[in-house]
Design a binder for this molecule. Structure first.
Ligand code: GLA
Ligand code: ZN
Length: 745
């Protein structure tokens, strides 16, 4: 048996990303006097007359920024090594003359046909070994030498020609890296994976130790034997999967970083690449470090009642990725998309309302995909700011309204959102959780984090989203939802925050595996155990899978009909033990609602004696108290075997701070009840109290956004100032019409 050396168990690439690079606010970098407004502009689809009309329409709509050239490679380099850039320069010139700035793409998102036909090895390969062909977009392998060389050369050619052009204000590297091809299983990627592993582990024995290859006879005798986790007989090794995720992320990121370096050598303009919210394949905490401006593409479904939460979630995440600074919405749909099974248009007013919601959550620019709706191609029926119908259409009218509204929001630029609640988000933990075989079934998109963020949002609490490695100083409430990898650095930050009086709510499954996907031994929660005073011994999934294919069988199956199967339930009941939590529930209705959880529950053990030792994180005289049981499983539903066991606990440190642990997948009502109690301890107030249903409030600096997502006019009291949108003054009661907003200063 070989045990991993310290360097193998804590590899370099695992360390916290570190402080964000100093960045200026986007409005300074882009020279904005009001939020950026515009969209993807793909003029190569159109003739001269249309281009001339575009300039007029852009002026009418208040467009001040367009993203140009994102899918122009085939026109810019029609034959390998032969560039035709004049047409693009001409368009930049004319946009500049018209006062429209350009976010210039490096045009490397979709290679031209010649790359596929002359260099077929540049095409990506799926897990079944199939090369994916030409005819859509993004058909490149991220390890392909020719793709790397040609994309670098194109970025350089563009930067040399247009890097100092006064009309170019920002670089747009690639487009939505990984959107279609986030991993490639071709021989070049297998080679690159082995090189990456060699760099990470040094030798094959360290890899064997990290991956636990003594199980299932997976031991390697040479790194050359290791392959990507392509099609295989059954479950892959989770450590291999986790490293594959890291590698695939690294491979894409290295493409973006290579282009960023090339641009910076030739141009002083800031660089961005458009993120996709909480896209699962890319650890955007790492990506953000290489960018000057954070930008996002976001397509909430107008048919989803939680769509406005999607806007808030993505916005808070982007602000977090930007280190608290503003960011740019790079793409949203002017109305419907075309890629869902059913594509709902935005409802009247929703384009402006959601645009303002983006700004409320920290965006200093709102761009759409795309300026003019395509007449041909795969996105013909994706809305555009200029729709097929032309100016005489609701989409155009709302495009103009939105642009006009944004021109009045100059005072918002650069203003920070101040949140006292934080939610910890860790991409690697999500990878480890979703590639683990068990213990609980989760999706790919941070389900627990989204659920807790939504509860905070519904409660009106402004929230930051932060990575595991960052100091949590200054936050009064910190939620740690399903951070599956045990992160000692996070535990340290949390202990310091609690010692300073913060409420920390840890939600399972957290601290279950190490950085190599190996189980934490001696009780899950790992390094969080001293803070919380509890540890997890078992996970209990509630499967909701009742095995009853033959309902009349119970009449005759004397043996099996007597067997209890609580795990076949989809929910479990909890009982509030703490008097304050009972009071919260009492206030929520008559009769008071009960607490429930679904999906999974955990079996907890409690550290009996309070820990007397004062660690470096708890000041003298501020020792940890005994663990208080806030709620227990009450035996209803799937929790029968957990009856009476702790489900929610709290350990106070010093006088005020506390570490709470939640050992179940609480439903929305139970989360809301618990947060009411925790927020009271944290002395945390909503941005605006007692708002009517459907109304969201957010603040940026001295500016208050009142966003009415509902279908009814809403009355809000105590609003004083000037509505920047209408210019009207507010002197107390205001009426916010349905699906509209006030921006009050
Ligand atoms: C993504 C892409 C765009 C476009 C939109 C359509 O965001 O970046 O090029 O395809 O989807 O919704
Ligand atoms: Zn490949």
């Amino acid at each position: 048996m070989t045990s991993p050396s310290p360097s193998a168990s804590t590899p370099r690439s695992e360390q916290a990303p570190g402080a964000a690079t100093p960045r200026h606010a986007p409005h300074e970098l882009l020279g904005l006097t009001s939020p950026a407004y515009g969209g993807d502009y793909n003029p190569e689809q159109w003739d001269e007359a249309t281009f001339a009309e575009d300039l007029e329409l852009m002026a009418e709509a208040g467009v001040n920024l367009v993203s140009l050239g994102i899918f122009s490679w085939a026109r810019l380099e029609p034959r390998e090594g032969v560039y035709e850039l004049d047409w693009l320069v001409e368009i930049v010139n004319r946009l500049h003359e018209a006062g429209i700035a350009v976010d210039l793409a490096t045009a490397t998102a979709s290679p031209p046909a010649w790359m596929a036909t002359d260099h077929p090895e540049s095409l990506p390969m799926n897990a079944d070994g199939v090369r994916l062909g030409l005819g859509s977009r993004q058909q490149y392998c991220p390890s392909s030498t020719v793709y790397r060389e040609r994309s670098a050369a194109l970025a350089a050619a563009l930067a040399e020609r247009l890097g100092d052009h006064p009309g170019v204000v920002m670089w747009h590297i690639g487009n939505e890296y990984g959107c279609h091809i986030a991993e490639c299983f071709c021989p070049a990627c297998a080679r690159a994976f082995r090189d990456w592993l060699a760099d990470r582990y040094g030798d094959v024995e360290r890899l064997n130790a990290a991956w636990g290859t003594d199980f299932w006879s997976q031991r390697y005798t040479s790194l050359e034997q290791v392959a990507p986790p392509a099609a295989m007989p059954t479950f892959p090794n989770p450590a291999q999967m986790l490293d594959w995720r890291r590698f695939s992320d690294h491979q894409l990121r290295s493409l973006m970083e290579a282009e960023a370096r090339i641009l910076r050598q030739r141009s002083t303009r800031p660089v961005t690449t458009n993120f996709m919210g909480d896209f699962p394949a890319t650890d955007y905490w790492r990506w953000a470090e290489a960018l000057d401006i954070i930008s996002d593409d976001s397509y909430p479904d107008p048919a989803d009642p939680a769509a406005a939460h999607e806007v808030a979630w993505a916005g808070d995440l982007m602000r977090g990725l930007a280190g608290g600074r503003p960011w740019i919405l790079m793409e949203q749909a002017p109305s419907a998309v075309q890629w869902r099974r059913r594509n709902s248009p935005k409802r009247p007013g929703q384009l402006l309302l959601w645009s303002l919601a983006r700004v409320a959550h920290g965006a200093d620019g709102v761009l759409q995909f795309q300026w003019r709706q395509s007449r041909q191609g795969a996105e013909t029926f994706h809305s555009g700011m200029v729709p097929h119908a032309g100016r005489d259409s609701r989409t155009w009218e709302e495009t103009v309204d939105t642009g006009q509204a944004l021109t009045r929001l100059g005072p918002v630029l650069g203003k920070p959102v101040r949140a006292e609640a934080a939610l910890v988000l860790d991409w690697e933990s999500q990878w480890a959780l979703s590639t683990a075989i068990g213990p609980v079934e989760v999706g790919e998109r941070f389900e627990a984090a989204r659920a807790w963020h939504r509860s905070l949002w519904e409660a009106g609490i402004a929230t930051d989203i932060v990575p595991v490695g960052r100091s949590l100083e200054g936050y009064r409430l910190i939620i740690v939802p399903a951070v599956f990898i045990d992160r000692p650095a996070l535990a340290g930050h949390l202990e310091r925050a609690v010692a300073a009086g913060a409420q920390v709510v840890v939600v399972g499954p957290t601290g279950v595996v190490d950085v190599n996907a190996g189980a934490v031994l001696g009780g899950y929660l790992g390094s969080l155990r001293p803070l919380l005073g509890v540890w997890v011994t078992d996970h209990a999934a509630l499967t909701g899978q009742v095995q009853q294919p033959d309902p009349r069988g119970a009449l005759v199956n004397r043996l099996s009909r007597a067997v209890g199967t609580p795990a076949a339930e989809t929910w479990t009941g909890l009982e509030a033990v703490s008097e304050p939590l009972r009071r919260v529930l009492d206030r929520m209705g008559t009769p008071a609602p009960d607490l429930r959880a679904g999906g999974w529950a955990e079996e907890l053990r409690i550290d009996e004696a309070p820990e007397e030792a004062v660690t470096e994180n708890t000041r003298a005289g501020q020792g940890r108290q005994a663990v208080e049981i806030v709620a227990v499983f009450d035996g209803r539903g799937g929790g029968a075997d957990l009856a009476g066991r702790p489900a929610i606990t709290r350990r106070t440190v010093g006088g005020a701070g506390a570490g709470w642990y939640v050992a179940a997948d609480l439903d929305a009502l139970s989360r809301a009840a618990l947060l009411t109690l925790v927020c009271a301890h944290a002395r945390l107030r909503p941005v605006v109290a007692d708002l009517p249903d459907g109304v969201e409030a957010q603040r940026r600096g001295d500016i208050l956004f009142l966003l009415n997502h509902s279908d009814r006019a809403a009355e809000v009291a105590g609003v004083v100032g000037t509505d920047l949108l209408s210019g009207q003054s507010c002197t107390g009661h205001v009426i916010v019409p349905p699906r509209s907003a006030l921006v009050v200063r």
